[in-house]
Design a protein around this ligand. Structure first.
Ligand code: URA
Length: 212
């Protein structure tokens, strides 16, 4: 099975109640050959509308952080634990994340075989690591995921969007260092891989609005 086949299956998924409240599942975007994969929580409203992960406000901030760490979205791959937008954008609980993650994310990772994963925020950290892990304590440190990949966690961009002042500056630097560390490890393990294009990708030019 390749990612194309998996995408067709994902689009037909009806395995849980999230499906009825969203426009359609949101899969992954980026280069399947990428040695680095970014795993977020799940689609928000803009992601549901456009069918692209991390395209809304969080994604825009992620793109800026990636650019600073010399990566562009077309050269890496971004995805989520949860594929369907939860009603009212609520945070999925551990059981919900586990159900969707096992159904889809594990299969993506099995196909992509990334050298390095970056968990964005608590939901991804709990799914890839353990539910005892804490983003504030465990970010910036390497661990082995349940699926057998090297992973580092960093703050979710939505968390940064809620900060201001000194806290924001500190958190932004933390994210920058985490991304740099992840990129360096991936570059070591995939020598010669280009993590960056000459320009940032405008995801709104590639994806079009969809409706229920
Ligand atoms: N937050 C996420 O974690 N993923 C998205 O795709 C959008 C917002």
């Amino acid at each position: 099975m390749d990612l194309k086949d998996l995408e067709i299956e994902l689009n037909n998924c009806n395995q849980c109640s999230f499906r009825k409240d969203c426009i359609s599942p949101v899969g992954w975007y980026g280069n399947p050959e990428s040695p680095i994969v970014f795993v977020g929580e799940g689609p928000g409203g803009v992601e549901d509308e456009y069918g692209c992960p991390l395209i809304g406000p969080s994604g825009q901030l992620l793109d800026k952080a990636l650019w600073a760490a010399k990566m562009t979205r077309d050269r890496v791959l971004a995805t989520n634990v949860i594929k369907c937008r939860p009603k009212n954008n609520r945070t999925p609980d551990v059981a919900e994340a586990d159900f969707c993650g096992r159904a889809w994310l594990d299969k993506e990772l099995q196909i992509i075989q990334p050298k390095v994963i970056v968990a964005l925020g608590g939901v991804a950290l709990h799914y890839l690591g353990t539910s005892e892990m804490r983003i504030t304590r465990d970010r910036g440190q390497w661990f082995r995921t349940r699926q057998g990949f090297d992973c580092i966690a960093t703050y979710h961009p939505a968390f940064l969007l809620r900060l201001y002042g000194k806290q924001l500056v500190t958190a932004k630097w933390d994210v920058f260092h985490d991304l740099e560390m992840a990129r360096n490890r991936a570059a070591e393990l995939a020598p010669g891989y280009q993590f960056m294009s000459e320009e940032k990708v405008d995801l709104f030019k590639l994806f079009h609005k969809r409706s229920m």
